[in-house]
Design a protein around this ligand. Structure first.
Ligand SMILES: [Zn+2]
Length: 372
C-alpha cells in the first residue's frame, strides 16, 4: 500500500507524541500537504539547501527533520535571502517537511534514550520527566467478561508503566442497578433492582490515549450502559522526558570513558572538563544543548554530564561543583536518533503493510570543523 504523508506523521507521533514537546517548540508539519502520496522519506537533523538537493536526488517526497525548519514567525518570504529562498524552493519542488523536535528528545526511544544506550548505561532513568498527563480508568465488568475487557484495554496501550505493559488491577464486589422501562439489560429485567457480582477493573492511561482506550473497552464490554470513571492523576511519567542518567557496568576513568564516547558516537574530537584519572560510574546525558541541565545531573548523582553546546560559564560552574563534563557537540549527540527513528518507522510500516523507503541523510550536517 502506498502511504500518504499524514500516515507517516501518525506513525512518528505514536513514537514521539506531540504532547511531549516543550511549549515553545514548533513540532509537526512545517511545509506541504499531509494528503500527498509518498514512496520515500529522508531523515535528517536539519533542513537546508544540501538536504533539499539530496531529497530531490534520491526522490524523497517527504523530509523529516529533528530541528523545526520554521521556528519563529515568518513576516515575509523573500527569495533573495534565507530562509525565504529555501522555503520557496521546497514549495516549488512539492516536498513536504515534518519535524519531530523536543517530542523526539523526550520520547521513550528518542534522542536521550538512544544516547544513553549507545554509551552503555544501565538502569537508565529520566533526568527531567515530561509533563505527560495520566488518567486512571476504572470500569465495572461481569466476571466472565473481565479478561476480554482487560485484553482490549491492554491492546489499546493502557497499563504501560516504564518497561512493563498490560498493568491492571481487579477487585470483586457487588454492583446494583435498576433497569428502567425500554432497556435491554445484559442481566436482570426492566423495573427490578438487580444486585450482581462485578469486577472493578482499573488501569492507568496517558490522557492522549483516553479516547481510543475507552472505545476499545466499550467494544469489548457486554453492558448496554457501561459504568466507567476516568480520574485525573498527578503521576509523573517515569520513562519520557529530557535527559537520562544511568550507571556504567564497570567504573571507568574519565580518560577511558572519553574514548568510549568518541568511538560510540563516531566523533573525531570532543571537549572535556575534569581530571582524566577520575573514576566515573554514574553518567547523565542530554542530547543537543544540555549545559543548563547540569544541576539536575548532579542531584541525580552523576559524576559526569555528556551533552553538547556547553558554554564557558556552565563549564566553570560544573567544575566548581565537582561535576565532570564531556561536550560531544550538538550534532554529535543528536544524530544517533536518526537510525533509531528509521528502524522504528520501518517496523511501523511493515506492520501496517505500507510500502515506504526510509533513508537517513548522508549530508554532513556538522557546522563545525575541528582544526588540530
Ligand atoms: Zn538539537
Amino acid at each position: 500500500m502506498q502511504a500518504r504523508c499524514g500516515l507517516i506523521f501518525e506513525l512518528i507521533e505514536q513514537f514521539s507524541p506531540l504532547d511531549l514537546a516543550e511549549e515553545w517548540d514548533n513540532c509537526g508539519i512545517q511545509v506541504g500537504d499531509p494528503n500527498r502520496p509518498v514512496d520515500r522519506v529522508l531523515l535528517a537533523l536539519d533542513m537546508d539547501e544540501e538536504v533539499l538537493l539530496e531529497a530531490l536526488d534520491r526522490g524523497a517526497g517527504l523530509v523529516v527533520t529533528h530541528h523545526p525548519f520554521i521556528f519563529k514567525g515568518i513576516r515575509q518570504i523573500r527569495e533573495d535571502r534565507q530562509p525565504g529562498k529555501l522555503l520557496a524552493e521546497i514549495i516549488r519542488a512539492g516536498i513536504t517537511v515534518y519535524s519531530a523536535h523536543t517530542n523526539l528528545d523526550s520520547a521513550r526511544g528518542g534522542v536521550n534514550a538512544v544516547l544513553a544506550e549507545r554509551l552503555g548505561l544501565t538502569g537508565i532513568r529520566v533526568l527531567r520527566p515530561s509533563n505527560e498527563k495520566y488518567l486512571k480508568l476504572v470500569v465495572f465488568v461481569p466476571p466472565e467478561r473481565a479478561e476480554a475487557v482487560r485484553e482490549a484495554l491492554a491492546g489499546a496501550g493502557a497499563g504501560s508503566i516504564g518497561n512493563y505493559s498490560d498493568c491492571s488491577f481487579m477487585l470483586k464486589g457487588t454492583g446494583a442497578f435498576l433497569p428502567l422501562e425500554g432497556t435491554n439489560p445484559y442481566t436482570g429485567s426492566a423495573g427490578k433492582l438487580e444486585r450482581v457480582e462485578e469486577i472493578r477493573l482499573e488501569t492507568i492511561i496517558p490522557a492522549r490515549m483516553a479516547g481510543s482506550a475507552v472505545k476499545a473497552m466499550l467494544a469489548a464490554h457486554p453492558y448496554e450502559e457501561v459504568a466507567y470513571d476516568l480520574y485525573p492523576l498527578e503521576n509523573k511519567a517515569a520513562d519520557s522526558g529530557l535527559g537520562r542518567v544511568g550507571r556504567l557496568k564497570k567504573a571507568l576513568t574519565l580518560e577511558q570513558f572519553t574514548a568510549r564516547v568518541k568511538e560510540s558516537l563516531d566523533l573525531r574530537a570532543i571537549r572535556r572538563g575534569g581530571s582524566g584519572s577520575r573514576q566515573i560510574s554514574t553518567v547523565a546525558v542530554c542530547g543537543g544543548s544540555g549545559g543548563d541541565f547540569w544541576p539536575l545531573a548532579q542531584s541525580a548523582g552523576a559524576d559526569l554530564l555528556v551533552t553538547g553546546d556547553i558554554g564557558y560559564h556552565a563549564a566553570r560552574d560544573m567544575l566548581a561543583a565537582g561535576l565532570s563534563f564531556i561536550d560531544a557537540g550538538h550534532y554529535g549527540t543528536e544524530r544517533v536518533v536518526l537510525e533509531a527513528l528509521a528502524g522504528y518507522l520501518g517496523e511501523g510500516c511493515r506492520k501496517k503493510g505500507i510500502d515506504l523507503d526510509i533513508v537517513v541523510s548522508g549530508v554532513n550536517g556538522e557546522p563545525f570543523e575541528y582544526i588540530y
